[in-house]
Design a protein around this ligand. Structure first.
Ligand SMILES: *Cc1c(COP(=O)(O)O)cnc(C)c1O
Length: 396
C-alpha cells in the first residue's frame, strides 16, 4: 500500500478540493446572523446564479445531492402525481425510486444505459398523454454511472413539440461547473445540483434553481414539507440569511470556488473538461476497450466509464491501482458492477493529473494481466500536446 505522495482522487465525485477552498473552509466559524455572514450570504447567492445560467433564485441546502432531489419533487408535486423519468443509468434509477417512495407515480422509460435520454421517446410518451396527467419530466443531465450526457435543449424542444405543460426537472449534480448548462435558456423548471463534483467543494451542499413557473406551482402544490420549502428560504435569502443555521464554512469555501471558476472563465472551464475527456477516450480506445457511452454526441466531459473485457474484474483492477498507485477510481454501479470502472476528470485538475491518472490505469492493467495495447498514455499526451490552444481571456 503506497502512502507517500498525494492521493489521486479520480472518482467522478467527490472531486479534489483546491487548497484555497480548503483554506477558506478552515477559517474560524462566524455568526450566521451577523453582518459578516450577511455579506457572504448575499455574495454566494448572487454569484451562484450565472453558474446555473439563471436570473432566478437558487436555493442552497446543507444536504447532499439526494436532499436537493427530494426538494425538487416535494416543492412542485402532490402525492399521487404522475411524472415521466428516463432510465439513463443508476442515478436516474435512484431518483425514480425516491419518487416512488414519496408516493409519486414515477413512470420510467427504459434504456440500455449506453446513451443520454432519448428526446423522441419522451415526446412520443407526452403526445399519448392527451389529458396532461404527467406533471413533470425528470432527466439526469450527466449520468455519472455511465458517462452519458442528455441533450437538455432537445428534451425541452420535445416537450414543446408535444404541446405539453409538464415541468422539466434536471439533475446536474455531476455536470454543473464542468459541462455547459443553461437553466433559463433551456426552459428548465427545476435544476438540482451538488457541491462535491464540478463545484470542487467537499460533499455537503446542494442546490435547486427554479423557474417562475415552478415557483408559481410551488405555491399551491399539496406535498407537505418544511425543511425543504423554497418559500421560507427565498424570503430570508433576500437579506443574505437562511431560515436555519446554514453550513457557514462550506459557504466560505463556495465563495472561493466561485471566484476560481469566474477567474478561469466558464468557457475555459468547459474546454478544459472537454480536452481531458477526449484525451482519456483516446487512451481507452488505444488500450482496446469500449466506453459505456456508445453515442459520440452524448460523451461526457466529466467522466469516462470504461468496460473491461469479459472475465476481468473491474473491482480487482481498482483495488490493485489503489494499492500500487494510491489512486481511487469509480466503481461500476448497478448492472455495471465489477464490469466497468469510471475515470473522473472533473473539478480541479490539469494535464498532468489527467496523464498521471491514465498512467496509473495503464500500470494497473499490466499488473492485473488484463489484455490491452500499451501506449494509451502516449496517445493522451500527443492529443494534449497538439491541443494546447491558448486560453481565451476570462470575461470581466
Ligand atoms: C453524485 C450524484 C448524485 C447523488 O448525490 P449525493 O450527493 O451522493 O446525494 C445524484 N445524481 C447524480 C447525477 C450524481 O452524480
Amino acid at each position: 500500500m503506497v502512502e507517500t505522495g498525494r492521493h489521486f482522487l479520480q472518482i467522478p465525485g467527490p472531486t479534489n478540493t483546491p487548497l484555497p477552498v480548503l483554506a477558506a473552509m478552515a477559517k474560524p466559524t462566524i455568526d450566521h446572523r451577523g453582518p459578516e455572514f450577511q455579506k457572504l450570504g448575499l455574495d454566494v447567492l448572487a454569484r451562484i446564479k450565472p453558474i446555473f445560467g439563471t436570473r432566478n433564485p437558487v436555493i442552497i441546502y446543507p444536504a447532499s445531492g439526494t436532499g436537493a432531489w427530494e426538494a425538487a419533487l416535494v416543492n412542485v408535486l402532490s402525492p399521487g402525481d404522475q411524472v415521466l423519468m428516463f432510465e439513463t443509468g443508476w442515478f436516474a434509477t435512484l431518483w425514480n425510486k425516491m419518487a416512488s417512495k414519496l408516493g409519486i407515480k414515477a413512470e420510467f422509460i427504459r434504456s440500455d444505459w449506453r446513451a443520454g435520454a432519448d428526446a423522441a421517446a419522451i415526446e412520443a410518451r407526452l403526445r399519448e398523454d392527451k389529458g396532461h396527467t404527467i406533471r413533470a419530466v425528470c432527466v439526469v443531465h450527466n449520468e455519472t454511472s455511465t458517462g452519458c450526457v442528455t441533450n437538455i435543449a432537445a428534451v425541452r424542444a420535445a416537450i414543446d413539440r408535444a404541446n405539453h405543460p409538464a415541468l422539466l426537472m434536471v439533475d446536474t449534480i455531476s455536470s454543473l461547473g464542468s459541462i455547459d448548462y443553461r437553466h433559463d435558456e433551456w426552459g428548465v423548471d427545476v435544476t438540482v445540483a451538488g457541491s462535491q463534483k464540478g463545484l470542487m467543494l467537499p460533499p455537503g451542499l446542494s442546490f435547486n434553481a427554479v423557474s417562475d413557473k415552478a415557483l408559481a406551482v410551488s405555491k399551491t402544490n399539496a406535498f407537505p414539507r418544511s425543511f425543504w420549502d423554497w418559500h421560507e428560504m427565498i424570503a430570508i435569502n433576500d437579506k443574505g440569511f437562511f431560515p436555519y443555521t446554514p453550513a457557514t464554512n462550506m459557504l466560505q469555501g463556495l465563495k472561493v470556488a466561485l471566484e476560481m471558476l469566474e477567474s478561469e472563465g466558464m468557457a475555459n472551464v468547459f474546454a478544459r473538461h472537454d480536452r481531458a475527456a477526449e484525451a482519456t477516450r483516446r487512451a481507452v480506445r488505444h488500450w482496446g476497450f469500449e466506453t459505456v457511452c456508445k453515442k459520440p454526441a452524448d460523451y461526457s466531459s466529466s467522466l469516462t466509464a470504461v468496460m473491461l473485457p469479459e472475465g476481468h474484474s473491474a473491482d480487482a483492477l481498482r483495488k490493485t491501482i489503489l494499492e500500487r498507485s494510491n489512486m481511487s477510481l469509480g466503481n461500476g454501479l448497478g448492472i455495471l458492477a465489477d464490469k466497468v470502472f469510471r475515470i473522473g476528470h472533473l473539478g480541479d485538475f490539469h494535464d498532468l493529473m489527467v496523464t498521471g491518472t491514465l498512467s496509473g490505469v495503464e500500470m494497473g492493467l499490466a499488473a492485473c494481466g488484463i489484455p490491452h495495447r500499451p501506449g494509451g498514455v502516449q496517445m493522451a499526451m500527443s492529443y494534449l500536446l497538439g491541443n494546447n490552444a491558448p486560453m481565451a481571456e476570462a470575461a470581466e
